[in-house]
Write a protein of this length. Structure first.
Length: 112
């Protein structure tokens, strides 16, 4: 195992309860869809005047967030991205995103 390579430069501890912390944090467990409180709104700030629909508030792993983003983009038929804990969908698609998320069982709040 290459675990020792990550700990080079760490002083040895005689404490039997010592747990080495390499600074990585475990990802949050994904909440069930009905316990998610997602916010959906239209945004143009920092996008050269182009409109985007933003989904924020997802609590869970980044893999699950990526999967939700891919699903939304595929169902709407537009591009977008997932970064900084947000799903960004190109264009004014707020109502369509809201309907898809509601159909899948997510709890939403709409920001105008």
């Amino acid at each position: 195992m290459a675990d020792w390579k990550e700990r080079l430069g760490v002083v040895y501890s005689t404490n039997p309860d010592f747990k080495y912390d390499n600074g990585e944090q475990e990802e949050e467990q994904t909440l069930p869809k009905n316990r998610q409180k997602l916010r959906v709104w239209r945004d143009t700030h920092g996008r050269a005047g182009k409109t985007a629909t933003v989904v924020r508030g997802f609590i869970g792993s980044s893999a699950d967030l990526e999967e939700l983003g891919k699903s939304l983009k595929r169902k709407i038929g537009v591009g977008g991205s997932v970064k900084d804990g947000e799903i960004i969908i190109q264009g004014e698609n707020r109502d369509r995103v809201l309907q898809i998320l509601l159909d899948e069982g997510y709890t939403l709040s709409k920001k105008v």
